[in-house]
Design a protein around this ligand. Structure first.
Ligand SMILES: NC(=O)c1ccc[n+]([C@@H]2O[C@H](COP(=O)([O-])OP(=O)(O)OC[C@H]3O[C@@H](n4cnc5c(N)ncnc54)[C@H](OP(=O)(O)O)[C@@H]3O)[C@@H](O)[C@H]2O)c1
Length: 325
């Protein structure tokens, strides 16, 4: 008779797991976690990445708009973890091209492949409010593409809140300020949001890969703090955990709008994708980015362990040790 542990191990041993976005913040953490457990991985990379290659992954050079590379990625794969995504872009259409059209192409090719892998999509709570920004609309578009193109493939979707932790560049600026005793808050102090620490997301993905069947559901997940966090709480939590004064600085929306417009203009001059945009400001201005609970049973048995008090200290320590701070 097969034991539960053997059954779990065999689900993970079915090789290989194909992954997109492996060079990003979340993907890289997932690769480390899964390679630690000897899960065979094949990853899609746009450019060489010696660190990932040293972890023993099989690399397919390519991109979401190159069918040939996607077909190679999917060959014989039992599971596809799709975490490539554009979180910043020069133009709204660039979000669509990657997050919606790219997802549609990838899932269609997965459905057409002989292997027909099950698909895990890393989406965002932003998908709940597609009218808020071009990013949000593209993440909703990606979810709809998954449903439309899956053609009977097993699939599951995680709507993530803001994910943070060692190695993250997107939230680095905020942690940098807090570590220096200032919290510049780009949103009304009562606006609420959920968070998820990266190691808890790693555990969740591992947990999902161990499940033998996925229902096609969408799970909104978070770090387990009921009601999430209010922006106004951040400086208080940082002050308590870092044992220093942290001054909250609220900036009027008109000024935030002007700085976002300026940031877009400067980025356009240099041909870069800006981080701080009017779309991002609209996202921050939305009052409720709190996860509404995981729902689907696949998530049962996973318990997040790190809330912001611990996660903030661990993240700032990592930034210091890595020389970022
Ligand atoms: N981080 C968060 O707080 C958060 C929250 C909610 C949802 N998510 C979602 O989680 C996913 C990963 O986010 P992240 O924070 O890890 O982002 P990230 O650090 O910016 O990584 C994005 C990844 O996607 C890859 N990528 C982008 N465009 C691509 C294309 N056209 N073809 C192939 N690969 C492409 C990037 O490759 P290169 O290295 O070549 O650029 C990189 O590996 C995204 O889908 C994001 O929307 C993230």
């Amino acid at each position: 008779m097969t034991t539960y542990a053997q059954a779990k191990a065999s689900v993970l041993a079915k090789a290989p797991v194909a992954m997109t976005g492996a060079s990003g913040f979340i993907g890289r953490a997932l690769v480390r976690r899964l390679r630690d457990r000897d899960v065979p991985l094949r990853v899609l990379l746009r450019r060489p990445d010696p660190e990932l290659e040293a972890l023993g992954v099989e690399v397919v050079q390519g991109a979401l708009d190159r069918d040939d590379s996607l077909r190679r990625l999917l060959e014989g794969a039992t599971t596809l973890v799709h975490c490539a995504g554009a979180i910043r872009a020069r133009r709204p259409a660039d979000f669509t091209a990657v997050n919606e059209t790219g997802t549609a192409r990838l899932v269609r090719l997965a459905a057409e492949s002989a292997a027909r892998p099950r698909v895990l999509l890393l989406s965002s709570l932003a998908a709940r409010e597609p009218g808020v920004s071009a990013y949000a609309a593209s993440k909703r578009g990606g979810e709809e593409a998954l449903l439309r193109e899956a053609a009977g493939l097993e699939h599951f979707c995680l709507r993530l809140p803001a994910v943070y932790g060692p190695g993250d560049r997107a939230t680095f600026g905020l942690f940098q300020q807090l570590s220096r005793g200032v919290g510049i808050l780009p949103a009304p102090l009562t606006n609420r949001f959920s968070l998820l620490y990266i190691s808890d997301l790693e555990k969740l993905v591992e947990h999902l890969l161990r499940q033998s069947a996925w229902s096609g559901g969408i799970a909104e997940v978070d770090d387990g703090r009921p009601g999430g966090y209010a922006w106004g709480e951040l400086p208080e939590i940082a002050a308590r955990q870092l044992d220093r004064r942290v001054r909250a600085v609220s900036i009027p929306r008109s000024l935030l709008w002007a700085t976002a417009t300026g940031s877009e203009g400067i980025a356009a001059l240099f041909g870069q994708a800006p981080i701080w945009t009017r779309g991002k400001l609209n996202e921050f201005s939305h009052s409720d980015w709190v996860s509404r609970g995981p729902g689907p049973t696949e998530v049962e048995g996973w318990q997040p362990e790190v809330q912001l008090d611990q996660g903030l200290v661990a993240t700032i320590s990592w930034y210091r040790e890595a020389g970022w701070l």
